[in-house]
Design a protein around this ligand. Structure first.
Ligand SMILES: NC(=O)c1ccc[n+]([C@@H]2O[C@H](COP(=O)([O-])OP(=O)(O)OC[C@H]3O[C@@H](n4cnc5c(N)ncnc54)[C@H](O)[C@@H]3O)[C@@H](O)[C@H]2O)c1
Length: 349
Protein backbone atom coordinates (compact mmCIF):
# COMPACT_ATOMS: atom_id res chain seq x y z
CA UNK A 1 0.00 0.00 0.00
CA UNK A 2 1.44 3.39 -0.99
CA UNK A 3 1.02 6.27 1.42
CA UNK A 4 -0.29 9.51 -0.15
CA UNK A 5 -0.45 12.94 1.44
CA UNK A 6 -2.17 15.93 -0.13
CA UNK A 7 -1.14 19.59 0.09
CA UNK A 8 -3.81 22.22 -0.55
CA UNK A 9 -7.44 21.67 0.49
CA UNK A 10 -9.12 23.94 -2.04
CA UNK A 11 -11.19 23.38 -5.13
CA UNK A 12 -9.22 20.85 -7.15
CA UNK A 13 -8.12 18.55 -4.34
CA UNK A 14 -11.70 18.12 -3.07
CA UNK A 15 -13.29 17.90 -6.49
CA UNK A 16 -10.84 15.61 -8.27
CA UNK A 17 -7.62 14.49 -6.53
CA UNK A 18 -8.91 13.09 -3.26
CA UNK A 19 -11.85 11.18 -4.83
CA UNK A 20 -9.52 9.80 -7.52
CA UNK A 21 -6.91 8.60 -4.99
CA UNK A 22 -9.66 7.17 -2.75
CA UNK A 23 -10.96 5.21 -5.75
CA UNK A 24 -7.57 3.42 -5.84
CA UNK A 25 -8.18 2.02 -2.35
CA UNK A 26 -6.38 -1.28 -3.02
CA UNK A 27 -3.20 0.50 -4.04
CA UNK A 28 -2.96 3.70 -2.01
CA UNK A 29 -3.99 5.11 1.35
CA UNK A 30 -4.65 8.86 1.72
CA UNK A 31 -3.04 9.32 5.13
CA UNK A 32 -3.13 13.09 5.66
CA UNK A 33 -4.01 16.45 4.18
CA UNK A 34 -2.45 19.84 4.78
CA UNK A 35 -3.45 23.45 4.22
CA UNK A 36 -2.10 26.75 5.53
CA UNK A 37 -5.71 27.24 6.56
CA UNK A 38 -6.09 24.43 9.12
CA UNK A 39 -9.88 24.78 9.10
CA UNK A 40 -9.91 24.00 5.38
CA UNK A 41 -7.71 20.96 6.07
CA UNK A 42 -10.02 19.76 8.86
CA UNK A 43 -13.14 20.27 6.75
CA UNK A 44 -11.63 18.28 3.88
CA UNK A 45 -10.40 15.53 6.22
CA UNK A 46 -13.90 15.27 7.76
CA UNK A 47 -15.65 15.04 4.40
CA UNK A 48 -13.34 12.29 3.11
CA UNK A 49 -12.66 10.48 6.36
CA UNK A 50 -8.93 11.22 6.29
CA UNK A 51 -7.27 10.72 9.65
CA UNK A 52 -4.63 13.42 10.05
CA UNK A 53 -4.42 17.14 9.22
CA UNK A 54 -1.52 19.60 9.14
CA UNK A 55 -1.12 23.34 8.66
CA UNK A 56 2.50 22.98 7.59
CA UNK A 57 3.76 20.96 4.61
CA UNK A 58 7.26 20.34 6.07
CA UNK A 59 5.71 19.05 9.27
CA UNK A 60 3.46 16.68 7.31
CA UNK A 61 6.41 15.32 5.30
CA UNK A 62 8.48 14.84 8.45
CA UNK A 63 5.77 13.00 10.40
CA UNK A 64 4.09 11.03 7.59
CA UNK A 65 7.12 10.06 5.46
CA UNK A 66 4.82 9.59 2.42
CA UNK A 67 5.54 7.61 -0.73
CA UNK A 68 3.61 10.19 -2.77
CA UNK A 69 3.02 13.90 -2.12
CA UNK A 70 0.17 15.32 -4.18
CA UNK A 71 0.55 19.09 -4.54
CA UNK A 72 -2.71 20.97 -5.15
CA UNK A 73 -1.61 24.43 -4.02
CA UNK A 74 -1.35 27.59 -6.20
CA UNK A 75 1.38 27.59 -8.91
CA UNK A 76 3.50 30.13 -6.98
CA UNK A 77 4.27 27.33 -4.47
CA UNK A 78 4.80 24.33 -6.80
CA UNK A 79 8.59 24.56 -7.14
CA UNK A 80 9.42 24.99 -3.47
CA UNK A 81 6.95 22.36 -2.19
CA UNK A 82 7.82 19.94 -4.99
CA UNK A 83 11.57 20.15 -4.42
CA UNK A 84 11.18 19.77 -0.67
CA UNK A 85 8.98 16.68 -1.06
CA UNK A 86 11.45 15.05 -3.46
CA UNK A 87 14.34 15.76 -1.08
CA UNK A 88 12.36 14.15 1.73
CA UNK A 89 11.90 10.99 -0.37
CA UNK A 90 8.44 11.37 -1.93
CA UNK A 91 7.36 10.93 -5.54
CA UNK A 92 5.34 13.99 -6.49
CA UNK A 93 2.12 14.51 -8.33
CA UNK A 94 1.91 18.18 -9.12
CA UNK A 95 -0.99 20.26 -10.39
CA UNK A 96 -0.28 22.29 -13.51
CA UNK A 97 1.78 24.29 -14.27
CA UNK A 98 4.91 22.45 -13.12
CA UNK A 99 6.38 25.79 -11.97
CA UNK A 100 6.42 29.43 -13.04
CA UNK A 101 9.96 29.39 -14.46
CA UNK A 102 11.96 26.92 -16.54
CA UNK A 103 14.87 27.40 -14.12
CA UNK A 104 12.65 26.08 -11.29
CA UNK A 105 11.64 23.09 -13.42
CA UNK A 106 15.32 22.35 -13.94
CA UNK A 107 16.02 22.35 -10.20
CA UNK A 108 13.08 19.99 -9.70
CA UNK A 109 14.27 17.69 -12.49
CA UNK A 110 17.76 17.60 -11.01
CA UNK A 111 16.40 16.78 -7.54
CA UNK A 112 14.17 14.02 -8.97
CA UNK A 113 17.15 12.48 -10.72
CA UNK A 114 19.40 12.76 -7.65
CA UNK A 115 16.85 11.26 -5.25
CA UNK A 116 15.45 8.81 -7.87
CA UNK A 117 11.88 10.03 -7.45
CA UNK A 118 9.15 10.39 -10.11
CA UNK A 119 7.50 13.70 -10.90
CA UNK A 120 4.25 13.89 -12.82
CA UNK A 121 2.49 17.13 -13.76
CA UNK A 122 -1.29 17.11 -13.97
CA UNK A 123 -1.83 17.66 -17.68
CA UNK A 124 -5.23 16.13 -17.07
CA UNK A 125 -6.83 16.79 -20.43
CA UNK A 126 -4.37 14.53 -22.24
CA UNK A 127 -6.06 11.72 -20.27
CA UNK A 128 -9.54 12.84 -21.35
CA UNK A 129 -11.04 9.75 -23.07
CA UNK A 130 -12.16 11.74 -26.14
CA UNK A 131 -8.71 13.28 -26.50
CA UNK A 132 -7.04 9.86 -26.25
CA UNK A 133 -9.37 8.32 -28.85
CA UNK A 134 -9.03 11.29 -31.22
CA UNK A 135 -5.24 11.19 -30.94
CA UNK A 136 -5.22 7.46 -31.70
CA UNK A 137 -7.46 8.09 -34.72
CA UNK A 138 -5.03 10.77 -35.88
CA UNK A 139 -1.96 8.56 -35.30
CA UNK A 140 -3.52 5.79 -37.39
CA UNK A 141 -3.70 8.29 -40.28
CA UNK A 142 -7.45 8.98 -40.00
CA UNK A 143 -7.10 12.60 -41.17
CA UNK A 144 -3.85 12.34 -43.12
CA UNK A 145 -0.86 14.50 -42.30
CA UNK A 146 -1.06 17.11 -39.53
CA UNK A 147 -1.59 20.69 -40.73
CA UNK A 148 -2.51 22.66 -37.62
CA UNK A 149 -4.96 23.07 -34.76
CA UNK A 150 -7.26 25.45 -32.94
CA UNK A 151 -8.19 25.28 -29.25
CA UNK A 152 -11.02 27.19 -27.59
CA UNK A 153 -11.33 27.40 -23.81
CA UNK A 154 -13.99 29.46 -22.06
CA UNK A 155 -14.07 29.92 -18.29
CA UNK A 156 -17.05 31.72 -16.66
CA UNK A 157 -16.39 35.06 -14.97
CA UNK A 158 -17.50 33.80 -11.55
CA UNK A 159 -14.78 31.09 -11.50
CA UNK A 160 -11.81 33.49 -11.20
CA UNK A 161 -12.34 36.78 -13.12
CA UNK A 162 -14.74 38.38 -10.64
CA UNK A 163 -12.75 37.27 -7.56
CA UNK A 164 -10.43 40.10 -6.61
CA UNK A 165 -8.28 38.08 -4.22
CA UNK A 166 -7.85 34.97 -6.36
CA UNK A 167 -4.18 33.93 -6.61
CA UNK A 168 -4.47 33.64 -10.42
CA UNK A 169 -4.46 37.44 -10.82
CA UNK A 170 -1.02 37.55 -9.17
CA UNK A 171 0.54 35.05 -11.62
CA UNK A 172 2.94 36.27 -14.30
CA UNK A 173 0.49 36.85 -17.17
CA UNK A 174 -2.43 37.04 -14.71
CA UNK A 175 -5.32 34.67 -15.36
CA UNK A 176 -3.56 33.38 -18.50
CA UNK A 177 -1.15 31.62 -16.12
CA UNK A 178 -4.05 29.60 -14.68
CA UNK A 179 -5.75 27.97 -17.68
CA UNK A 180 -3.17 28.87 -20.35
CA UNK A 181 -1.15 25.71 -19.52
CA UNK A 182 -4.14 23.54 -20.57
CA UNK A 183 -4.13 25.18 -24.01
CA UNK A 184 -0.36 24.86 -24.33
CA UNK A 185 0.03 21.20 -23.30
CA UNK A 186 -2.93 20.16 -25.47
CA UNK A 187 -1.32 21.92 -28.43
CA UNK A 188 2.03 20.29 -27.61
CA UNK A 189 0.47 16.85 -28.03
CA UNK A 190 0.53 17.68 -31.77
CA UNK A 191 2.90 20.65 -32.24
CA UNK A 192 6.56 19.77 -31.87
CA UNK A 193 9.20 22.30 -30.71
CA UNK A 194 7.21 25.51 -30.52
CA UNK A 195 9.75 28.20 -31.36
CA UNK A 196 7.73 31.43 -31.58
CA UNK A 197 4.55 32.78 -30.01
CA UNK A 198 2.25 35.73 -30.48
CA UNK A 199 -0.46 36.91 -28.13
CA UNK A 200 -3.23 39.45 -28.45
CA UNK A 201 -5.36 40.31 -25.46
CA UNK A 202 -8.40 42.44 -24.76
CA UNK A 203 -9.75 43.89 -21.52
CA UNK A 204 -13.53 43.53 -21.63
CA UNK A 205 -14.88 44.01 -18.08
CA UNK A 206 -13.88 47.34 -16.42
CA UNK A 207 -15.75 46.37 -13.21
CA UNK A 208 -12.96 43.87 -12.48
CA UNK A 209 -9.80 46.00 -12.73
CA UNK A 210 -7.72 43.30 -10.96
CA UNK A 211 -8.20 40.96 -13.97
CA UNK A 212 -5.62 41.93 -16.63
CA UNK A 213 -7.55 40.73 -19.71
CA UNK A 214 -10.57 38.57 -20.42
CA UNK A 215 -9.88 37.59 -24.03
CA UNK A 216 -6.58 36.09 -25.19
CA UNK A 217 -5.75 35.04 -28.79
CA UNK A 218 -2.53 33.09 -29.03
CA UNK A 219 -0.48 31.84 -31.98
CA UNK A 220 2.00 28.99 -31.43
CA UNK A 221 4.48 28.40 -34.26
CA UNK A 222 6.12 25.00 -34.38
CA UNK A 223 8.27 23.13 -36.86
CA UNK A 224 5.37 20.93 -37.96
CA UNK A 225 2.52 23.47 -37.99
CA UNK A 226 0.77 26.41 -36.41
CA UNK A 227 -1.65 26.25 -33.49
CA UNK A 228 -4.01 28.93 -32.28
CA UNK A 229 -5.47 29.06 -28.78
CA UNK A 230 -8.37 31.27 -27.75
CA UNK A 231 -9.11 31.76 -24.06
CA UNK A 232 -12.15 33.69 -22.93
CA UNK A 233 -13.05 34.69 -19.36
CA UNK A 234 -15.88 37.18 -19.99
CA UNK A 235 -19.03 35.05 -20.30
CA UNK A 236 -20.96 32.68 -18.05
CA UNK A 237 -20.01 29.67 -20.21
CA UNK A 238 -17.64 26.71 -19.90
CA UNK A 239 -16.12 25.39 -23.12
CA UNK A 240 -13.12 23.25 -24.01
CA UNK A 241 -12.88 22.27 -27.67
CA UNK A 242 -10.18 21.42 -30.20
CA UNK A 243 -10.14 21.26 -34.00
CA UNK A 244 -7.29 19.22 -35.47
CA UNK A 245 -6.76 19.82 -39.20
CA UNK A 246 -5.17 17.20 -41.45
CA UNK A 247 -4.63 16.82 -45.18
CA UNK A 248 -7.58 14.40 -45.43
CA UNK A 249 -10.02 15.68 -42.84
CA UNK A 250 -10.57 17.33 -39.49
CA UNK A 251 -11.28 16.12 -35.96
CA UNK A 252 -13.58 18.11 -33.70
CA UNK A 253 -13.12 17.25 -30.03
CA UNK A 254 -15.35 18.39 -27.17
CA UNK A 255 -13.45 17.74 -23.95
CA UNK A 256 -16.47 18.39 -21.75
CA UNK A 257 -18.94 16.00 -23.38
CA UNK A 258 -15.90 13.73 -23.97
CA UNK A 259 -16.85 13.23 -27.61
CA UNK A 260 -15.08 13.65 -30.91
CA UNK A 261 -16.28 13.55 -34.50
CA UNK A 262 -14.55 13.34 -37.83
CA UNK A 263 -15.49 16.18 -40.19
CA UNK A 264 -15.38 15.05 -43.83
CA UNK A 265 -16.34 17.65 -46.40
CA UNK A 266 -14.14 17.07 -49.44
CA UNK A 267 -16.89 18.56 -51.63
CA UNK A 268 -19.55 21.19 -51.03
CA UNK A 269 -22.52 19.59 -52.77
CA UNK A 270 -25.71 19.08 -50.76
CA UNK A 271 -25.25 15.29 -50.49
CA UNK A 272 -21.68 15.48 -49.11
CA UNK A 273 -22.54 18.24 -46.64
CA UNK A 274 -25.75 16.46 -45.56
CA UNK A 275 -23.97 13.12 -45.12
CA UNK A 276 -21.18 14.72 -43.10
CA UNK A 277 -23.77 16.41 -40.84
CA UNK A 278 -25.65 13.13 -40.31
CA UNK A 279 -22.42 11.24 -39.54
CA UNK A 280 -21.29 13.90 -37.06
CA UNK A 281 -24.69 14.04 -35.32
CA UNK A 282 -24.84 10.22 -35.11
CA UNK A 283 -21.24 10.03 -33.85
CA UNK A 284 -21.98 12.61 -31.14
CA UNK A 285 -25.21 10.91 -30.06
CA UNK A 286 -23.53 7.50 -29.83
CA UNK A 287 -20.54 8.79 -27.87
CA UNK A 288 -22.74 10.86 -25.51
CA UNK A 289 -25.02 7.87 -24.92
CA UNK A 290 -22.10 5.58 -24.07
CA UNK A 291 -20.61 8.26 -21.76
CA UNK A 292 -23.99 8.79 -20.06
CA UNK A 293 -24.39 5.06 -19.37
CA UNK A 294 -20.82 4.79 -18.04
CA UNK A 295 -21.47 7.80 -15.78
CA UNK A 296 -24.72 6.30 -14.43
CA UNK A 297 -22.85 3.06 -13.69
CA UNK A 298 -20.36 5.08 -11.63
CA UNK A 299 -17.47 4.42 -14.06
CA UNK A 300 -15.76 7.77 -13.75
CA UNK A 301 -13.33 8.32 -16.55
CA UNK A 302 -12.21 11.92 -16.68
CA UNK A 303 -8.69 13.28 -17.14
CA UNK A 304 -7.90 13.53 -13.43
CA UNK A 305 -9.13 10.02 -12.60
CA UNK A 306 -7.25 8.49 -15.51
CA UNK A 307 -4.11 10.59 -14.91
CA UNK A 308 -3.98 9.73 -11.20
CA UNK A 309 -4.45 6.03 -11.95
CA UNK A 310 -1.70 6.12 -14.58
CA UNK A 311 0.71 7.98 -12.28
CA UNK A 312 0.09 5.54 -9.41
CA UNK A 313 0.71 2.60 -11.73
CA UNK A 314 3.95 4.21 -12.94
CA UNK A 315 5.16 4.35 -9.30
CA UNK A 316 4.13 0.73 -8.65
CA UNK A 317 5.80 -0.43 -11.87
CA UNK A 318 8.86 1.76 -11.26
CA UNK A 319 8.71 3.46 -14.66
CA UNK A 320 8.37 7.11 -15.74
CA UNK A 321 4.78 8.39 -15.93
CA UNK A 322 3.21 9.12 -19.33
CA UNK A 323 3.40 12.88 -18.67
CA UNK A 324 7.11 13.33 -18.12
CA UNK A 325 9.03 16.11 -16.41
CA UNK A 326 10.17 17.07 -19.91
CA UNK A 327 6.53 17.60 -20.91
CA UNK A 328 5.92 19.72 -17.80
CA UNK A 329 9.03 21.79 -18.52
CA UNK A 330 8.08 22.32 -22.19
CA UNK A 331 4.72 23.79 -21.17
CA UNK A 332 6.39 26.13 -18.69
CA UNK A 333 8.90 27.18 -21.40
CA UNK A 334 6.06 28.19 -23.74
CA UNK A 335 4.10 29.86 -20.90
CA UNK A 336 7.20 31.94 -20.14
CA UNK A 337 7.41 33.01 -23.81
CA UNK A 338 3.72 33.93 -23.80
CA UNK A 339 3.98 35.93 -20.58
CA UNK A 340 6.95 37.84 -21.92
CA UNK A 341 5.07 38.69 -25.14
CA UNK A 342 1.97 39.68 -23.18
CA UNK A 343 3.89 41.94 -20.84
CA UNK A 344 5.76 43.53 -23.78
CA UNK A 345 2.59 44.44 -25.59
CA UNK A 346 0.52 45.60 -22.58
CA UNK A 347 -2.47 45.98 -24.90
CA UNK A 348 -5.63 47.48 -23.58
CA UNK A 349 -8.72 48.72 -25.40
N1 LIG B 1 -6.12 20.60 -13.88
C1 LIG B 1 -7.21 21.30 -13.68
O1 LIG B 1 -8.23 21.15 -14.36
C2 LIG B 1 -7.21 22.31 -12.58
C3 LIG B 1 -8.39 22.95 -12.16
C4 LIG B 1 -8.32 23.85 -11.10
C5 LIG B 1 -7.10 24.12 -10.49
N2 LIG B 1 -5.97 23.50 -10.95
C6 LIG B 1 -4.65 23.76 -10.34
O2 LIG B 1 -4.66 23.27 -9.02
C7 LIG B 1 -3.90 24.12 -8.16
C8 LIG B 1 -4.79 24.61 -7.02
O3 LIG B 1 -5.92 25.28 -7.56
P1 LIG B 1 -7.29 25.40 -6.73
O4 LIG B 1 -8.26 25.98 -7.70
O5 LIG B 1 -7.63 24.17 -6.03
O6 LIG B 1 -6.89 26.53 -5.69
P2 LIG B 1 -7.60 26.90 -4.31
O7 LIG B 1 -7.24 28.31 -4.04
O8 LIG B 1 -9.04 26.52 -4.34
O9 LIG B 1 -6.87 25.94 -3.24
C9 LIG B 1 -5.52 26.05 -2.95
C10 LIG B 1 -5.34 25.74 -1.47
O10 LIG B 1 -3.92 25.65 -1.22
C11 LIG B 1 -3.68 26.21 0.07
N3 LIG B 1 -2.26 26.57 0.16
C12 LIG B 1 -1.61 27.60 -0.43
N4 LIG B 1 -0.29 27.56 -0.14
C13 LIG B 1 -0.09 26.45 0.63
C14 LIG B 1 1.06 25.87 1.24
N5 LIG B 1 2.26 26.41 1.10
N6 LIG B 1 0.88 24.75 1.97
C15 LIG B 1 -0.35 24.19 2.12
N7 LIG B 1 -1.48 24.72 1.58
C16 LIG B 1 -1.34 25.83 0.83
C17 LIG B 1 -4.63 27.39 0.15
O11 LIG B 1 -4.86 27.78 1.48
C18 LIG B 1 -5.87 26.82 -0.54
O12 LIG B 1 -6.77 26.24 0.39
C19 LIG B 1 -3.36 25.22 -9.06
O13 LIG B 1 -2.08 24.87 -9.52
C20 LIG B 1 -4.32 25.24 -10.25
O14 LIG B 1 -3.71 25.69 -11.46
C21 LIG B 1 -6.00 22.61 -11.96
Amino acid sequence: MYKVVIAGCGLISAKKHIPAFLALKNKVEVAAVCDLNINAAKKTADSFNIRRTYADFSDMLLKEKPDIADICTPPQTHASLGIEAIEKGAHIFLEKPMALKVSDCDVMIEAASKFRRQVCVVHNQVFNPAFIRAREYFLKGGIGDFLGLHIFLSTPTNYITSKKDHWAHALPGGILGESGPHGVYLAQAFLKDIYEVEVNARKIIPEYPWSNFEDFRIVLRAKNGIGTVELNYASNQWAAALDIMGTKGMLKIDLQSQTFVSYERGKLDAFTVGLSEVKMAAGKMCASGVNGIRYMLGKKSDGHYNGIREFTESIIENRPPLVTVGDGRETVRVMEMLTERLNCRKQRD
